[in-house]
Design a protein around this ligand. Structure first.
Ligand code: NIG
Ligand code: FE
Length: 420
């Protein structure tokens, strides 16, 4: 592992701390002008003003990056994606643009089911190839940790194929991948009308096969998919087997998913477009991170989650892409930032916290990532902009110029051009 110095940054901006930031804490960034940072053996060892950081340091022992005119920030943590899948659903998307709803498509046998079929048919290597391309794209947006879900198998074998692909990609790709088992993503054809029996199958057979292969267990808690009682049963069984918990909650109708997340103290509850006031307050009390996925709301043309209400009441909000083949076929971080700041009334500071430290909190990983502080992993992005405020100001444009993962320069946009 190389040792690296990043110096002369016009600005360094980072949230601070080794736990989630709640409510008004989300807008408190540490901002240092003319900043530098040293990473040794993959960990941050010094952060501060360039003159202080370099005092007594012999630069010849390091790879040195001059960040004059640039901003340095922690790498982004995208804590909610479904990035390993077969096939595409471009026809479905274009039908939706013409007015057919997501649930209409799903109930007519399209939607998740068509991706399940395609994911069954593709080999491990085919899924590796598309997965790798998607990770490369995420890296170019500054993502250094990503969560990925199974859920396009709905059987033992293909769920494990997705988890194995993520495991192999994790070994070869700079982005750290956190795996989630989500067999409860839809009801397979053979269990039509027998949802509880499918939940029994996951509890009795599925969960054991994923122990040690996934950190989290997640479920699509939704009307006519997995309702509250089945969700509670599955999540309690998963907890028993050592999984940490996540939920897709209150996305399409208000079903009480938020209240259940609070009751079970899930690490995060995600989507929350229709979460009730009480559900939000309960989750704040329970310490559940609220992971909002604005690109999905945008893609489905649904009203955004109530980020302002959540943060004003003291919530820890994270932002994720929800990259998937159906409801949100984009992993664009710049689009997400634009939607959060322009439509969800989140300040740029809150948005940054939501994409870094609180993203790490949604994965229960704040102890070693999510901020630029001594002892944390050296996951750093360099923006081609003199201030972090350009992240919202430069609308939907990717400002990420370099990505450093655990002290290694792994992406450099300037190399793509002959002239700089
Ligand atoms: O997070 N809501 C369920 N799961 C995904 C969509 C998956 C799909 O359409 O393939 C989501 O939006
Ligand atoms: Fe999702």
């Amino acid at each position: 592992m190389s040792n690296i110095i990043i110096k002369n940054a016009t600005q360094l901006a980072t949230p601070v701390g080794d736990s989630k930031r709640c409510g008004s804490e989300m807008s408190e960034l540490l901002v240092i002008e003319d900043a530098a940072l040293i990473i040794e053996d993959g960990k941050i060892v010094k952060v501060g003003k360039t003159s202080d950081v370099l005092n007594g340091v012999d630069e010849v022992n390091y790879e040195v990056i001059d960040a004059t005119g640039k901003t340095i920030m922690p790498g982004f943590v995208d804590s909610h994606t479904h990035f390993v899948f077969g096939g595409y659903r471009d026809d479905e998307f274009n039908k939706r643009l013409m007015g057919v709803s997501y649930m209409e498509i799903m109930n007519a046998g399209g939607g998740i089911k068509s991706t399940v079929k395609a994911t069954h048919e593709e080999s491990h290597d085919q899924l590796m190839n598309t997965g790798r391309q998607r990770l490369n794209s995420m890296l170019s947006f500054g993502v250094t940790t990503v969560e990925g879900k199974s859920g396009y198998g709905l059987d033992i074998e293909t769920e494990l194929k997705q988890l194995d692909v993520m495991e192999d990609l994790n070994k070869e790709h700079p982005i750290d991948i956190v795996k989630t088992y989500m067999a409860a993503h839809d009801i397979p054809e053979e269990y039509k009308g027998r949802t509880s029996e499918f939940v029994d199958f996951i509890i009795e057979k599925g969960l054991d096969t994923a122990v040690g292969k996934a950190v989290f267990c997640d479920i699509f808690t939704e009307k006519n998919v997995f309702e509250i009682e089945d969700s509670r049963r599955l999540l309690l069984a998963a907890k028993e087997k050592g999984f940490k918990l996540k939920m897709h909650a209150d996305e399409i109708v208000q079903l009480g998913g938020s209240e259940l997340a609070a009751e079970l103290k899930t690490v995060s509850a995600d989507h929350l477009l229709k979460a009730s006031d009480q559900g939000i307050k309960d989750m704040i009390e329970a310490g559940t991170v609220m992971t909002l996925l604005p690109s999905t709301a945008f893609s489905l043309k649904e009203p955004y989650a109530r980020a302002r209400f959540m943060i004003d009441n003291g919530a820890a909000v994270a932002l994720g892409s929800d990259f998937n083949p159906g409801s949100c076929h984009t992993n664009s971080i710049p689009l997400m930032i634009a939607l959060a700041t322009i439509y969800m009334k989140m300040s740029v500071e809150e948005t940054i916290t939501a994409l870094t430290l609180n993203g790490a909190a949604a994965l229960d990983m704040t102890s070693d990532r999510g901020s630029l502080e001594i002892g944390k992993i050296g996951d750093v992005i360099i923006l081609n902009a003199p201030s972090y405020k350009h992240l919202s100001y430069t609308i939907a444009v990717n400002l990420v110029e370099k990505v450093i993962k655990a002290g290694e320069l792994v992406y450099d946009k300037t190399l793509a051009f002959d002239i700089n």
